[in-house]
Write a protein that binds this ligand. Structure first.
Ligand code: NAD
Length: 499
C-alpha cells in the first residue's frame, strides 16, 4: 500500500528528496560553527547575486534596488543573530528540579527534525524563502525550497544562489509550479514551512498530516487599522500610506482596511490622499510615470484586484482616489475607497494590492464586533494618543501582531520579536530562536541519578510509607521551589558518597 494518500508521487522529485535526505545524519551531528559556516555561505551567495536579484524583481514587480536591499538587510540581520546565538540555542537546557526528580538530570536536548520543506510566496521571495532556510540550517536540517512560480525570474536566481552555496545539496532548490509542490508534498518531510494564502494552507496541512509532519503556516487575511479620535491623524495617514502602498500593497502585514473615527474620518481620508500623492507622485506627473511605484505581480492578480475595485464601484462605493489601470504594465493606481458595504467583494477577500478601504466608526464596540466576526488577522494597528483606547483594542481583539501608532514595522526589525498569525492567518512562529525551535525536536532527556533511594520503593508491592507520601503530595501544601532545590542539592551530595 502506498504511504501517500491522494498525492501523486513524482519519481524525479522523490529521487531528489532521497538524495538530500541522505545528508541528514551528517548534518544533524554538525557543530554550531559548521552550521554558521553554511548560513554565511548562503548569505554571501545571496549578496553576491544582488545585480541578478535587482534585475529579477524589477521584471516581477517594478521594484528598485533600495526596495530589495531592505529585504536583504532583514535576511542579513537574521543570519548575524543566528551566528551570535546558535551555540547557546543548541546547548542542553536543564529543567529545574522537582520533588519527583530529586537528584536526577533532566534537560531538553535540541536535535534536528531532519528534512525540511520550504514553500514560500512571491511577494518578497528572498527573505520569505531564505529566512526559514537559515533557521532550518541552524537546527541541523537538510532543506528543499520550492520558490513561487509567480516570481519565475527570482525562482531561477534563488536556484543559482543555492547551487553555488551548496554544491553538495544540503539546501536544494526544486523549481516549478503546483505540480512540483504537489510532488514534494508527497515526500515524507519532517517539517513544512508554507508562506501563502490560507486556501493552499489547508492543502499543505492535509498533506503534512499524511506523514505527521509539523507545519509552520504563514498566511494572510484582512488586517484592520483603527484610527481613534485621539490620534495624530496626519501621522496615521502618512504611515498608513507607506504601509499600504509599498510593494504595491503586496505585503502580508499591510493594512487592508481602516476604521477611522467619524470625528476625524474626512480629515484622515484627505490626509491619506495627500500623503500617497506626496510619496508616489510628488511632481504631479502621474503615478504611472514614477519609476519607483511598483507593479502587480502578474495578470491574474491584476485582474483580481481590478475586479475588486470595479465590484465595489458598481455597488455604490466611492473611489476617492485611483481606480485607474494599465493592463499591459500591470499598473493599478493607488486607490482609496470609502462608502463600502459588506456585500462588496473587497470587504470579503484579502486585497493584497495598492488599495485601501476607509470606514467611519462611532462606537468602539462596533469595531471590535466587526473584527471578531471575521477571521483572526495576521496584524492589526491602532493609532491613538489615548492609552486607554489602545489597551481596549489590545484586550478585546486578537491577531498575530499588533502595533500602536505605526504599521508594518513589526516584521524584520527585531530578531527577538516572533512573527506569525493566529488560526486562519497562521500557525507557528518565525524569526530568531523561534525558527530554530520550529525546526528542532526539543527532546526530553532524563538521566537516572545516584542510588540514594531504592527504586523498588516505587514498584509493587507498594509500602505503606510510599502510599502515605502519595497522599501527602495530593493533600499537602505545595513545597516551595527553594525547598525543592535545597533537597535536590542534598540528594546529589549524598549521591556522591553513595556512588
Ligand atoms: P503562491 O501562490 O506563490 O504560493 C506559495 C507556494 O505554494 C508556491 O511555492 C506555490 O507553488 C505553492 N502552491 C500554490 N498552489 C498550490 C497547491 N494547490 N498545492 C500545493 N502548493 C501550491 O503564494 P500566494 O498565496 O499568492 O501568496 C500570497 C499570500 O501569502 C497572501 O495571502 C499573503 O498575505 C500571504 N503571505 C503571508 C506571509 C506571512 O509571513 N504570513 C508572507 C507573505 C505572504
Amino acid at each position: 500500500m502506498s504511504t501517500v494518500v491522494n498525492l501523486p508521487v513524482n519519481n524525479e522529485i522523490r529521487a531528489t528528496f532521497d538524495r538530500v535526505a541522505g545528508l541528514v545524519p551528517q548534518l544533524a551531528q554538525s557543530s554550531a560553527a559548521q552550521r554558521v559556516e553554511r548560513i554565511r555561505r548562503l548569505m554571501k551567495a545571496t549578496l553576491d547575486a544582488r545585480p541578478r536579484i535587482y534585475e529579477a524583481v524589477k521584471k516581477e514587480r517594478g521594484l528598485t534596488p533600495p526596495d530589495v536591499d531592505g529585504e536583504l538587510v532583514m535576511l542579513k540581520m537574521e543570519a548575524e543573530h543566528i551566528a551570535k546565538h546558535l551555540a547557546d540555542w543548541m546547548s542542553d537546557k536543564p529543567a529545574p528540579p522537582s520533588l519527583m526528580t530529586l537528584g536526577k538530570k533532566c534537560y531538553l536536548h535540541y536535535e534536528a527534525k531532519g528534512m525540511v520543506l520550504v514553500l514560500p510566496s512571491w511577494n518578497a521571495p528572498y527573505v520569505i524563502g531564505f529566512l526559514p532556510v537559515l533557521g532550518a540550517l541552524a537546527a541541523g536540517n537538510a532543506v528543499i525550497v520550492k520558490p513561487s512560480e509567480l516570481a519565475a525570474p527570482s525562482s531561477k536566481v534563488m536556484a543559482d544562489i543555492v547551487r553555488e552555496a551548496f554544491p553538495d545539496g544540503e539546501v536544494t532548490v526544486v523549481e516549478g509550479g503546483v505540480e512540483a509542490a504537489t510532488g514534494l508534498l508527497a515526500c515524507p518531510f519532517n517539517h513544512i514551512f508554507y508562506i501563502g494564502n490560507n486556501t493552499v494552507g489547508r492543502i499543505i496541512m492535509r498533506a503534512a498530516a499524511e506523514h505527521f509532519a509539523s507545519v509552520t503556516l504563514e498566511m494572510g487575511g484582512k488586517n484592520p487599522s483603527i484610527v481613534d479620535a485621539s490620534a495624530d491623524v496626519e501621522d496615521a495617514a502618512l504611515k498608513t500610506s507607506w504601509g499600504r502602498m509599498c510593494n504595491a500593497g503586496q505585503a502580508c502585514i499591510a493594512p487592508d482596511y481602516v476604521f477611522a473615527h467619524e470625528a476625524v474620518f474626512q480629515r484622515y481620508v484627505d490626509a491619506l490622499v495627500k500623503e500617497i500623492t506626496a510619496m508616489y507622485d510628488p511632481r504631479g506627473e502621474g503615478f504611472d510615470k514614477n519609476p519607483e511605484y511598483p507593479r502587480v505581480i502578474n495578470a491574474r492578480h491584476f485582474e483580481r484586484i481590478k475586479a475588486l475595485i470595479e465590484d465595489a464601484r458598481a455597488k455604490g462605493a466611492k473611489i476617492v482616489m485611483g481606480g485607474e489601470y494599465k493592463a499591459e504594465e500591470r499598473y493599478i493606481a493607488p486607490t482609496v475607497i470609502t462608502h463600502t458595504t459588506p456585500d462588496m467583494k473587497i470587504m470579503q477577500e484579502e486585497i493584497f494590492g495598492p488599495v485601501i478601504v476607509v470606514m467611519p466608526w462611532r462606537k468602539r464596540e462596533d469595531v471590535v464586533d466587526y473584527i471578531r466576526k471575521h477571521d483572526k488577522p495576521l496584524a492589526s494597528y491602532v493609532f491613538a494618543r489615548d492609552r486607554e483606547v489602545w489597551e481596549y483594542f489590545l484586550k478585546n481583539t486578537t491577531s498575530g501582531s499588533m502595533v500602536l501608532n505605526h504599521n508594518v514595522v513589526q516584521s524584520g526589525t527585531n530578531p527577538y520579536l516572533p512573527f506569525g498569525g493566529v488560526n486562519h492567518s497562521g500557525i507557528g512562529r518565525l524569526v530568531g530562536f523561534n525558527t530554530f525551535a520550529e525546526c528542532s525536536n526539543a527532546r526530553t532527556v532524563f538521566e537516572e541519578g545516584p542510588k540514594v533511594v531504592d527504586p523498588r520503593t516505587l514498584f509493587p508491592p507498594l509500602t505503606d510509607k510510599y502510599k502515605k507520601q502519595l497522599t501527602q503530595l495530593l493533600e499537602g501544601k505545595p513545597v516551595p521551589d527553594g525547598m525543592v532545590s535545597l533537597i535536590d542539592k542534598v540528594v546529589r551530595v549524598v549521591g556522591v558518597f553513595k556512588r
